[in-house]
Design a protein around this ligand. Structure first.
Ligand code: C5P
Length: 406
């Protein structure tokens, strides 16, 4: 069984010379068990006949939006719903422009607008047309819309030019399709699990206009939220004030440590995993002045501070705590202090960042972590926080699954 066995691939062929390679492409996809249905534009039929494509795909080829007989068979909306993947190969500059603009004036362009399936395109065109600003802008827009681009390859072109614009070979396209579906079918380590993540700083008010806070950007916590989503978890982010927005997560906005504590405790009993990534202020002003504090003649001003609740420790102290992960920002003797913090706060795992190193950790885009749990340790090398987050989540998922199965 290959990853594309029984997958329904709608192959859209547009009018480029590389269309002749679609017979080979279709044959190889069907050899691996995929079901292929072909939709051709008018000009594609000048390069390869519908009869050839019907023979290699084993299915009638569709090319008209306004053909009552064809619509009575599989109509354009049914086609659009049928596909597991829409692959446009070759995709000409003209088709790419139409697709980007959302024009629906033939069967293939209409299908692309109507399908809920993922769409991949393999551009093929003259190298100058490929490098033209309009084409590049269209491709950038498509990428932003999560359209997958395969190619183009560079090399000798049918017109005699040399450069980027060749359609990726059928072999490589088949590999790309197989990898695409394999990726989709990777086991989701945290499917259906509930994860709560605290992120960002807290603000501790002094008076109505002033507060004490820190430089946390929330980037690490939000990256963890996205990584947890990609492993199939239902994610709640309890976040202090930051300039970020998580995708497909429940977001609870809070300001102070007391707010964050209340928001966490209100929903913690539903959670399987809790990750405390927020940089919570350890202390808050004992009282918040009702009016703006006035400058006086004195050279000193005293703000008396009292301790905030330790959110992660409150969670770990519950009778039935979730799998609780804390962070530790240390400047020296990282393992000693991190393990000590893990024990004191009764955590299942702790991720330590060495904040003495510049360019990583607080308010930076990159981070490196040393992760400790009672029976082990792992090093996550310096990388973008998104990459670090995925690795940390995989460690958490593995330890969580080991704990719950034992
Ligand atoms: O004790 P320290 O502040 O170094 O511990 C850091 C860890 O504890 C982090 O995971 C942080 O999110 C969490 N924490 C908390 N509530 C606090 C202070 C820290 O949840 N009041």
């Amino acid at each position: 069984m290959t990853a594309i066995a029984n997958k329904r691939i709608l192959l859209g062929i547009t009018g480029g010379i590389a269309a002749y390679k679609c017979a080979e492409l279709t044959r190889r996809l069907t050899e691996q068990g995929a079901e292929v249905r072909v939709v051709m534009t008018q000009s594609a039929q000048e390069f390869i006949t519908p009869l050839t494509m019907q023979a290699v795909s084993g299915n009638p080829v569709a090319h008209s939006l306004l053909d009552p007989a064809a619509e009575a068979g599989m109509g354009h909306i049914e086609f659009a719903k049928w596909a597991d993947l829409v692959l446009i190969a070759p995709a000409t500059a003209n088709f790419i422009a139409k697709f980007t603009a959302g024009i629906a004036d033939d069967l293939l362009s209409t299908l692309c607008l109507a399908t809920p399936a993922p769409i991949a395109i393999a551009p093929a065109m003259n190298q100058v047309m490929y490098q033209a600003q309009a084409t590049q802008a269209n491709l950038a827009t498509l990428k932003q819309r999560n359209i997958t681009l395969w190619g183009p390859a560079a090399g000798a072109q049918a017109c005699g030019d040399v450069g980027p614009g060749r359609m990726v070979n059928p072999d490589e396209l088949v590999t790309a399709v197989v990898n695409y579906f394999s990726e989709q079918e990777k086991p989701q380590l945290l499917a259906g699990k509930n994860i709560m993540i605290t992120a960002g700083p807290t603000r501790e008010a002094i008076d109505p206009v002033r507060y004490i806070s820190n430089h946390s950007s929330g980037k690490m916590g939000y990256a963890l939220a996205q990584a947890a989503r990609s492993l199939g978890a239902n994610v709640t982010v309890v976040s202090g004030p930051v300039a970020l927005a998580p995708v497909e997560c429940k977001l609870v906005n809070v300001i102070s440590a007391l707010d964050m504590h209340a928001a966490v405790m209100a929903d913690i009993h539903q959670q399987d995993i809790f990750i405390a990534c927020a940089a919570v202020a350890d202390y808050r002003p004992e009282t918040i002045a009702e009016q703006k504090i006035k400058k006086t003649n004195s050279d000193e001003m005293v703000v008396r501070m009292i301790k905030n609740p330790d959110i992660v420790a409150s969670v770990a102290a519950l009778e039935k705590p979730p799998f609780t992960v804390g962070f530790a920002a240390e400047t020296q003797d990282v393992e000693h202090y991190a393990r000590d913090k893990m024990q004191r706060k009764n955590l299942a795992m702790i991720a330590a960042n060495d904040v003495a190193q510049s360019g990583q950790g607080f308010n930076a885009d990159d981070n490196a972590l040393t992760v400790f749990w009672p029976q082990g340790t792992a090093q996550i090398a310096l990388a973008n926080k998104q990459v670090v987050a995925v690795q940390l989540l995989q460690l958490i998922a593995t330890q969580f699954n080991a704990n719950t199965s034992s």
